[in-house]
Design a protein around this ligand. Structure first.
Ligand code: GDP
Length: 171
């Protein structure tokens, strides 16, 4: 079955994005303790496709042990060849992607899977900030022409149709 891997830094709204796509409130745990590396969570959707929720990263107040644990988890995950059908990297529409975002993006690119970047929390931007912010995300992540960048708001539901059809198309 196709597997869609969702990644993003802690608190970027990854759980909210997944819940919005699935029309569920509590599928993925919103507001889960930031920086707590739990595990890779697999959600089987309609018996047809897996949504993989990778543990969030980049939370400042995290012990070295927890950080290392996360690193090993990711290493193991990305080492499995052909596991990922499609990567979905969620970033904050307001900010320049962090160094951790860039690292995660590189892992997706190196895995050879198609990549969708979701710029979440779009509702927090003023209209004139949208274009430059999206461009900054595109440039900082050095996205290949084949990648898609989708403006999104898990809170308002903006971008849901676009993201679902992009996932549909690439799986
Ligand atoms: P995760 O740690 O990446 O899974 O993030 P969560 O889904 O738990 O969300 C973190 C916080 O951001 C919560 O308070 C959410 O309500 C909030 N949030 C998530 N998506 C959006 C969005 O699109 N717009 C706004 N304004 N807030 C959001």
């Amino acid at each position: 079955r196709p597997q869609v891997a969702f990644a993003g830094r802690s608190n970027v709204g990854k759980s909210s994005v997944i819940n919005r796509l699935l029309n569920r409130k509590n599928f993925a745990r919103v507001g889960a303790t930031p920086g707590k590396t739990t595990q890779v969570n697999y959600f089987l959707i309609d018996g047809r496709i897996y949504f993989t929720d990778l543990p969030g990263y980049g939370y400042a107040k995290v012990s070295k042990e927890e950080r290392d644990r996360w690193g090993r988890l990711m290493e193991n995950y990305f080492q499995e060849q052909g596991l990922i059908t499609l990567g979905v990297l969620i970033v904050d529409a307001r900010h320049k992607p962090t160094a951790d975002d860039v690292t995660m993006c590189t892992w997706f690119k190196e895995s050879g899977c198609p990549l969708i970047v979701v710029a979440n929390k779009l509702d927090k931007l003023k209209k004139n900030e949208i274009e430059p912010n999206l461009q900054r995300i595109w440039d900082t992540l050095e996205l290949p022409d084949t990648a898609a960048l989708i403006p999104f708001s898990a809170e308002k539901g903006i971008g849901k149709t676009e993201l679902l059809s992009a996932i549909e198309q690439l799986c």
